[in-house]
Design a protein around this ligand. Structure first.
Ligand SMILES: NC(=O)c1ccc[n+]([C@@H]2O[C@H](COP(=O)([O-])OP(=O)(O)OC[C@H]3O[C@@H](n4cnc5c(N)ncnc54)[C@H](OP(=O)(O)O)[C@@H]3O)[C@@H](O)[C@H]2O)c1
Length: 301
Protein backbone atom coordinates (compact mmCIF):
# COMPACT_ATOMS: atom_id res chain seq x y z
CA UNK A 1 0.00 0.00 0.00
CA UNK A 2 1.24 3.49 -0.87
CA UNK A 3 1.81 5.78 2.10
CA UNK A 4 1.26 9.49 1.70
CA UNK A 5 4.35 10.88 3.38
CA UNK A 6 5.87 14.25 2.52
CA UNK A 7 9.51 14.80 3.27
CA UNK A 8 10.37 18.13 4.77
CA UNK A 9 13.08 19.77 2.67
CA UNK A 10 14.13 22.44 5.16
CA UNK A 11 14.47 22.18 8.93
CA UNK A 12 16.60 23.93 11.52
CA UNK A 13 18.42 20.67 12.22
CA UNK A 14 22.16 21.17 11.74
CA UNK A 15 21.61 24.76 10.60
CA UNK A 16 23.80 27.49 12.07
CA UNK A 17 21.52 30.12 13.60
CA UNK A 18 22.70 33.47 14.94
CA UNK A 19 20.25 35.12 17.29
CA UNK A 20 20.24 38.37 19.29
CA UNK A 21 18.30 38.79 22.52
CA UNK A 22 18.35 35.12 23.53
CA UNK A 23 19.24 35.75 27.18
CA UNK A 24 15.62 36.47 28.08
CA UNK A 25 11.97 36.23 27.06
CA UNK A 26 10.98 35.31 23.51
CA UNK A 27 14.55 34.85 22.24
CA UNK A 28 15.49 32.52 25.10
CA UNK A 29 12.40 30.35 24.57
CA UNK A 30 13.09 30.20 20.82
CA UNK A 31 16.78 29.38 21.30
CA UNK A 32 15.97 26.43 23.56
CA UNK A 33 13.36 25.09 21.13
CA UNK A 34 15.61 25.41 18.08
CA UNK A 35 18.51 23.74 19.92
CA UNK A 36 16.18 20.88 20.85
CA UNK A 37 15.32 20.59 17.16
CA UNK A 38 19.01 20.18 16.38
CA UNK A 39 20.15 23.70 15.44
CA UNK A 40 23.62 24.94 16.25
CA UNK A 41 23.30 28.39 17.80
CA UNK A 42 25.42 31.50 18.03
CA UNK A 43 24.13 33.85 20.74
CA UNK A 44 24.85 37.54 20.26
CA UNK A 45 24.56 39.01 23.75
CA UNK A 46 25.55 42.02 25.79
CA UNK A 47 25.81 40.10 29.07
CA UNK A 48 28.25 37.20 28.91
CA UNK A 49 27.34 35.83 32.35
CA UNK A 50 23.66 35.58 31.42
CA UNK A 51 24.63 33.96 28.13
CA UNK A 52 26.77 31.35 29.87
CA UNK A 53 23.72 30.34 31.94
CA UNK A 54 21.76 29.92 28.67
CA UNK A 55 24.56 27.82 27.19
CA UNK A 56 24.58 25.59 30.29
CA UNK A 57 20.80 25.18 30.11
CA UNK A 58 20.84 24.29 26.40
CA UNK A 59 23.73 21.89 26.91
CA UNK A 60 21.74 20.12 29.61
CA UNK A 61 18.49 20.13 27.58
CA UNK A 62 20.21 18.53 24.59
CA UNK A 63 22.30 16.04 26.60
CA UNK A 64 25.45 17.82 25.56
CA UNK A 65 24.68 17.57 21.83
CA UNK A 66 24.29 21.31 21.34
CA UNK A 67 26.60 23.89 22.92
CA UNK A 68 25.87 27.42 21.63
CA UNK A 69 28.68 29.83 20.89
CA UNK A 70 28.66 33.22 22.60
CA UNK A 71 29.43 36.48 20.81
CA UNK A 72 29.50 39.57 22.99
CA UNK A 73 28.16 42.78 21.50
CA UNK A 74 26.05 45.73 22.58
CA UNK A 75 23.36 46.40 19.98
CA UNK A 76 23.24 50.10 20.94
CA UNK A 77 26.84 50.70 19.81
CA UNK A 78 27.81 50.66 16.14
CA UNK A 79 31.44 50.01 17.02
CA UNK A 80 30.45 47.04 19.17
CA UNK A 81 28.25 45.67 16.35
CA UNK A 82 31.15 45.96 13.91
CA UNK A 83 33.47 44.20 16.36
CA UNK A 84 31.04 41.36 17.03
CA UNK A 85 30.39 40.93 13.30
CA UNK A 86 34.14 40.67 12.67
CA UNK A 87 34.43 38.03 15.37
CA UNK A 88 31.50 36.09 13.87
CA UNK A 89 33.01 36.25 10.38
CA UNK A 90 36.32 34.96 11.79
CA UNK A 91 34.61 32.13 13.69
CA UNK A 92 31.58 30.97 11.69
CA UNK A 93 32.25 29.42 8.31
CA UNK A 94 28.51 29.45 7.56
CA UNK A 95 25.41 31.26 8.71
CA UNK A 96 22.06 29.80 7.64
CA UNK A 97 19.70 31.95 9.70
CA UNK A 98 20.12 35.37 11.29
CA UNK A 99 17.48 36.35 13.85
CA UNK A 100 17.17 39.95 14.99
CA UNK A 101 15.25 39.74 18.24
CA UNK A 102 16.99 41.99 20.80
CA UNK A 103 14.77 44.93 21.57
CA UNK A 104 13.99 47.52 24.18
CA UNK A 105 12.03 50.66 24.89
CA UNK A 106 13.30 53.73 26.72
CA UNK A 107 10.83 55.95 28.54
CA UNK A 108 13.35 58.78 28.88
CA UNK A 109 15.42 60.01 25.95
CA UNK A 110 18.77 58.22 25.83
CA UNK A 111 21.37 59.05 23.22
CA UNK A 112 23.96 56.46 22.20
CA UNK A 113 27.67 57.11 21.70
CA UNK A 114 26.82 57.41 17.98
CA UNK A 115 24.42 60.30 18.73
CA UNK A 116 21.28 58.27 18.04
CA UNK A 117 18.15 57.81 20.16
CA UNK A 118 18.60 54.41 21.79
CA UNK A 119 15.26 52.70 20.95
CA UNK A 120 15.94 53.37 17.27
CA UNK A 121 19.57 52.30 17.59
CA UNK A 122 18.84 48.94 19.26
CA UNK A 123 15.57 48.00 17.55
CA UNK A 124 16.17 49.18 14.00
CA UNK A 125 19.74 50.28 13.23
CA UNK A 126 21.35 47.25 14.91
CA UNK A 127 19.46 44.76 12.68
CA UNK A 128 20.17 46.99 9.68
CA UNK A 129 23.93 47.19 10.34
CA UNK A 130 24.35 43.56 11.43
CA UNK A 131 22.57 42.40 8.28
CA UNK A 132 24.81 44.51 6.09
CA UNK A 133 27.94 43.17 7.79
CA UNK A 134 26.91 39.49 7.62
CA UNK A 135 25.09 39.47 4.28
CA UNK A 136 27.92 38.04 2.19
CA UNK A 137 28.38 35.12 4.58
CA UNK A 138 24.60 34.43 4.47
CA UNK A 139 24.80 34.45 0.66
CA UNK A 140 27.27 31.57 0.81
CA UNK A 141 24.61 29.23 2.27
CA UNK A 142 22.42 27.28 -0.11
CA UNK A 143 19.30 28.87 1.39
CA UNK A 144 19.37 31.50 4.12
CA UNK A 145 16.81 33.31 6.24
CA UNK A 146 16.75 36.63 8.08
CA UNK A 147 14.00 36.93 10.70
CA UNK A 148 13.13 40.05 12.70
CA UNK A 149 10.89 40.33 15.74
CA UNK A 150 8.54 43.20 14.95
CA UNK A 151 5.34 44.03 16.86
CA UNK A 152 1.70 44.97 16.59
CA UNK A 153 3.04 48.12 18.30
CA UNK A 154 4.02 49.40 14.84
CA UNK A 155 0.39 50.51 14.56
CA UNK A 156 1.11 53.32 17.02
CA UNK A 157 3.25 54.90 14.29
CA UNK A 158 0.39 55.20 11.80
CA UNK A 159 1.52 58.72 10.86
CA UNK A 160 5.00 57.50 9.99
CA UNK A 161 8.20 59.01 11.29
CA UNK A 162 10.50 61.96 10.95
CA UNK A 163 13.54 60.23 9.51
CA UNK A 164 15.76 63.28 10.03
CA UNK A 165 15.09 63.48 13.78
CA UNK A 166 17.66 60.84 14.71
CA UNK A 167 17.76 61.94 18.37
CA UNK A 168 13.92 61.89 18.48
CA UNK A 169 13.97 65.31 20.16
CA UNK A 170 10.46 66.02 18.87
CA UNK A 171 9.10 62.95 20.68
CA UNK A 172 10.96 63.15 23.97
CA UNK A 173 10.65 66.92 24.54
CA UNK A 174 7.73 69.28 25.18
CA UNK A 175 4.13 68.12 24.96
CA UNK A 176 4.96 64.96 23.05
CA UNK A 177 6.95 63.62 26.00
CA UNK A 178 3.76 63.81 28.07
CA UNK A 179 1.60 62.36 25.29
CA UNK A 180 3.36 59.02 24.90
CA UNK A 181 6.34 60.12 22.80
CA UNK A 182 8.42 57.16 24.04
CA UNK A 183 5.69 54.68 23.08
CA UNK A 184 5.48 56.33 19.68
CA UNK A 185 9.25 55.98 19.26
CA UNK A 186 8.98 52.27 20.06
CA UNK A 187 6.15 51.96 17.52
CA UNK A 188 8.30 53.72 14.89
CA UNK A 189 11.18 51.32 15.52
CA UNK A 190 8.86 48.32 15.08
CA UNK A 191 7.38 49.89 11.92
CA UNK A 192 10.99 50.17 10.74
CA UNK A 193 11.41 46.39 11.31
CA UNK A 194 8.52 45.74 8.91
CA UNK A 195 9.67 48.23 6.25
CA UNK A 196 13.25 46.95 6.56
CA UNK A 197 12.03 43.40 5.92
CA UNK A 198 10.07 44.30 2.80
CA UNK A 199 12.86 46.47 1.36
CA UNK A 200 15.52 43.86 2.16
CA UNK A 201 13.44 41.24 0.35
CA UNK A 202 13.63 43.37 -2.81
CA UNK A 203 17.36 43.93 -2.45
CA UNK A 204 18.16 40.23 -2.01
CA UNK A 205 15.47 38.99 -4.40
CA UNK A 206 18.02 37.47 -6.79
CA UNK A 207 19.88 35.65 -4.04
CA UNK A 208 19.33 32.62 -1.80
CA UNK A 209 18.22 34.85 1.08
CA UNK A 210 14.61 35.10 2.27
CA UNK A 211 13.48 37.52 4.92
CA UNK A 212 10.55 37.62 7.33
CA UNK A 213 9.26 39.56 10.32
CA UNK A 214 6.55 38.71 12.77
CA UNK A 215 4.47 39.87 15.72
CA UNK A 216 4.89 37.54 18.74
CA UNK A 217 1.69 38.86 20.38
CA UNK A 218 1.65 40.25 23.91
CA UNK A 219 4.21 38.18 25.80
CA UNK A 220 5.13 37.99 29.49
CA UNK A 221 8.89 38.72 29.44
CA UNK A 222 11.38 41.10 31.02
CA UNK A 223 10.47 43.77 28.48
CA UNK A 224 10.15 47.34 29.82
CA UNK A 225 11.52 46.42 33.26
CA UNK A 226 14.25 49.05 33.26
CA UNK A 227 11.96 52.06 32.93
CA UNK A 228 11.00 52.65 36.54
CA UNK A 229 8.28 51.56 38.95
CA UNK A 230 5.32 52.78 36.83
CA UNK A 231 6.46 50.83 33.77
CA UNK A 232 7.06 47.71 35.89
CA UNK A 233 3.58 48.01 37.45
CA UNK A 234 2.00 48.43 33.99
CA UNK A 235 3.86 45.38 32.70
CA UNK A 236 2.77 43.35 35.76
CA UNK A 237 -0.87 44.09 34.92
CA UNK A 238 -0.30 43.35 31.22
CA UNK A 239 1.28 40.01 32.12
CA UNK A 240 -2.18 38.86 33.25
CA UNK A 241 -3.26 39.05 29.59
CA UNK A 242 0.00 37.90 28.05
CA UNK A 243 1.24 34.75 26.36
CA UNK A 244 4.07 32.68 27.72
CA UNK A 245 7.49 33.26 26.11
CA UNK A 246 7.21 29.75 24.58
CA UNK A 247 3.94 30.69 22.87
CA UNK A 248 5.40 34.07 21.83
CA UNK A 249 8.38 32.27 20.27
CA UNK A 250 6.31 29.84 18.19
CA UNK A 251 6.09 31.96 15.04
CA UNK A 252 9.82 32.76 15.15
CA UNK A 253 10.70 29.08 15.41
CA UNK A 254 8.23 28.24 12.64
CA UNK A 255 9.70 30.92 10.35
CA UNK A 256 13.15 29.45 10.98
CA UNK A 257 12.08 25.84 10.48
CA UNK A 258 9.14 25.79 8.07
CA UNK A 259 9.07 24.60 4.48
CA UNK A 260 5.89 26.58 3.93
CA UNK A 261 7.70 29.92 3.82
CA UNK A 262 10.64 28.81 1.67
CA UNK A 263 9.24 30.66 -1.35
CA UNK A 264 8.05 33.70 0.58
CA UNK A 265 10.01 36.82 1.45
CA UNK A 266 9.42 40.31 2.82
CA UNK A 267 6.22 39.49 4.67
CA UNK A 268 4.87 40.07 8.19
CA UNK A 269 3.40 37.15 10.20
CA UNK A 270 1.25 36.54 13.23
CA UNK A 271 0.51 33.10 14.63
CA UNK A 272 2.22 31.37 11.68
CA UNK A 273 0.21 33.24 9.03
CA UNK A 274 1.25 36.10 6.76
CA UNK A 275 -0.89 39.13 7.55
CA UNK A 276 -0.98 42.71 6.32
CA UNK A 277 0.64 45.25 8.61
CA UNK A 278 -0.95 48.69 9.05
CA UNK A 279 -1.13 50.67 5.76
CA UNK A 280 1.96 52.66 6.72
CA UNK A 281 3.83 49.36 6.97
CA UNK A 282 3.00 48.71 3.31
CA UNK A 283 4.32 52.07 2.10
CA UNK A 284 7.12 51.13 -0.31
CA UNK A 285 8.25 54.74 -0.79
CA UNK A 286 8.74 55.04 2.96
CA UNK A 287 10.60 51.70 2.97
CA UNK A 288 12.97 53.04 0.31
CA UNK A 289 13.52 56.33 2.18
CA UNK A 290 14.07 54.44 5.45
CA UNK A 291 16.72 52.33 3.74
CA UNK A 292 18.56 55.37 2.36
CA UNK A 293 18.41 57.19 5.71
CA UNK A 294 19.56 54.11 7.63
CA UNK A 295 22.56 53.77 5.30
CA UNK A 296 23.59 57.28 6.39
CA UNK A 297 22.80 56.65 10.06
CA UNK A 298 25.11 53.63 10.29
CA UNK A 299 27.96 55.74 8.99
CA UNK A 300 27.67 58.58 11.50
CA UNK A 301 30.84 57.66 13.40
N1 LIG B 1 7.04 41.11 25.14
C1 LIG B 1 6.12 41.51 24.24
O1 LIG B 1 4.90 41.56 24.52
C2 LIG B 1 6.56 41.86 22.84
C3 LIG B 1 5.55 42.15 21.89
C4 LIG B 1 5.93 42.46 20.60
C5 LIG B 1 7.27 42.48 20.25
N2 LIG B 1 8.23 42.21 21.20
C6 LIG B 1 9.65 42.23 20.79
O2 LIG B 1 10.24 41.01 21.16
C7 LIG B 1 11.65 41.17 21.24
C8 LIG B 1 12.17 40.45 22.46
O3 LIG B 1 11.67 41.11 23.62
P1 LIG B 1 11.17 40.33 24.93
O4 LIG B 1 9.76 40.69 25.10
O5 LIG B 1 11.58 38.93 24.89
O6 LIG B 1 11.96 41.18 26.04
P2 LIG B 1 13.14 40.82 27.06
O7 LIG B 1 12.76 39.66 27.90
O8 LIG B 1 13.45 42.11 27.72
O9 LIG B 1 14.35 40.40 26.10
C9 LIG B 1 15.06 41.38 25.36
C10 LIG B 1 16.36 40.79 24.89
O10 LIG B 1 17.08 41.81 24.14
C11 LIG B 1 18.39 41.94 24.70
N3 LIG B 1 18.89 43.32 24.54
C12 LIG B 1 18.27 44.47 24.89
N4 LIG B 1 19.07 45.51 24.64
C13 LIG B 1 20.21 45.02 24.11
C14 LIG B 1 21.42 45.60 23.66
N5 LIG B 1 21.64 46.92 23.72
N6 LIG B 1 22.39 44.80 23.15
C15 LIG B 1 22.21 43.45 23.11
N7 LIG B 1 21.08 42.83 23.54
C16 LIG B 1 20.11 43.62 24.04
C17 LIG B 1 18.21 41.61 26.18
O11 LIG B 1 19.46 41.32 26.76
P3 LIG B 1 19.62 41.27 28.39
O12 LIG B 1 19.17 39.91 28.81
O13 LIG B 1 21.09 41.49 28.57
O14 LIG B 1 18.77 42.37 28.95
C18 LIG B 1 17.29 40.41 26.06
O15 LIG B 1 18.01 39.25 25.71
C19 LIG B 1 11.90 42.67 21.19
O16 LIG B 1 12.36 43.02 19.91
C20 LIG B 1 10.52 43.28 21.44
O17 LIG B 1 10.39 44.54 20.82
C21 LIG B 1 7.90 41.90 22.49
Amino acid sequence: MKTNTTTKKWTVENKYILITGATSGIGLAAAKEMALQGAQLGLIVRNEKKAQAVVDEIKQLTNGKRIPQIFVGDMSSQLSIQQVANKILDTCPKIDILIHNAGAMFVTQQITEDGIEKTWAVNHLAPFLLTELLLDRLKESEHARIITTASHGHKMAKKGMDLDDVRADKLYKGWNSLLGGANLRYGQSKLANILFTSQLAKIVADTNIHTYCYDPGLVATNFNQENGALARATMAVMKLFSRTPEKGAETMVWLADSDEVSDQSGLYYLDKKAIEPALIGQDQNLAQRLWETSEKQIRIT
